[in-house]
Design a protein. Structure first.
Ligand code: HEC
Ligand code: HEC
Length: 194
């Protein structure tokens, strides 16, 4: 007798549970829909601002890095510059300029344990890789003593050397190197020293 009652009660309880569950889901959805705020309209697309490559001094601009974009507007970032990988050396602007790197350096690790640049540019390896060895200055400490291995002052090459890219110049300038100054015909006479 008791077993038969249980056989009826258990399926009934399960059915009730399922019905209540779906009822709850339906009511919950309805409430959520009612409480939902309407979608805000998408913000009006900002008018594109042209980014000029070269800073023109005195044209009402205050910041070369903004490239002519007014301070209260946002400019489109210019496309990223491409690294030149043509093995073509650029002229040095002055004798002690660190030469720019005429090859790509992606993935060349320089850290405490290894220096990828020195794999090719160390004096001992340069012939194998046909790379110019780093000059003596790179082996000198600050007291001008020559060390056997690369000086700690010259260990992190990218402190001074940069890759060559096709980036446009950021700020216009009238730099002339010493050779073009010497070649200038109307060179002023040296001031007389008394
Ligand atoms: C796989 C060998 C190799 C590695 C690694 C390498 N270079 Fe070079 N590098 C060369 C060669 C070869 C040249 C000569 C020009 C050319 O063929 O690109 C050169 C040229 C240069 C020059 C120009 C020198 C001059 O007189 O104008 C610089 C500067 C330079 N590399 C810096 C670096 C730096 C910094 C690193 C590390 C981030 C590096 N290189 C890693 C092979 C290498
Ligand atoms: C503190 C700045 C500085 C650091 C750091 C530095 N260099 Fe130089 N490098 C120079 C300067 C300046 C020159 C040109 C004058 C000279 O040779 O000293 C030069 C020249 C060179 C040259 C051309 C040498 C020649 O005879 O024409 C190579 C190649 C070079 N560096 C590679 C490297 C490598 C590789 C590293 C990293 C291990 C490195 N440099 C770290 C400043 C630096």
């Amino acid at each position: 007798m008791r077993n038969r009652n249980l056989l009826v009660a258990i399926p009934l309880a399960l059915l009730l549970g399922v019905v209540l569950f779906f009822l709850g889901v339906l009511i919950g959805r309805g409430l959520a829909r009612r409480g939902h705020a309407p979608e805000p309209p998408p913000p009006a697309a900002a008018a594109p601002v042209d980014v000029r490559a070269v800073f023109v001094p005195g044209a009402g601009q205050i910041d070369a890095v903004r490239r002519g974009v007014p301070v209260d507007q946002e400019g489109h970032p210019p496309p990223m510059a491409r690294v030149e990988n043509a093995d073509l050396k650029r002229v040095r602007a002055y004798p002690m300029q660190p030469p720019t790197i005429p090859h790509a350096i992606d993935g060349y690790q320089v850290d405490r344990n290894s220096n990828r640049c020195m794999l090719c540019h160390a004096r001992a390896n340069a012939a194998t890789f046909q790379a110019p060895p780093v000059s003596v200055t790179h082996y000198m400490d600050r007291d001008d003593q020559f060390l056997a291995s690369i000086s700690p002052r010259r260990y992190f090459c990218l402190q001074c050397h940069v890759v060559q890219t096709d980036a446009p110049v950021l700020v216009a300038n009238q730099f002339r190197d010493v050779d073009s100054l010497l070649a200038a015909p109307e060179a002023a006479p040296a001031a007389e020293v008394r």
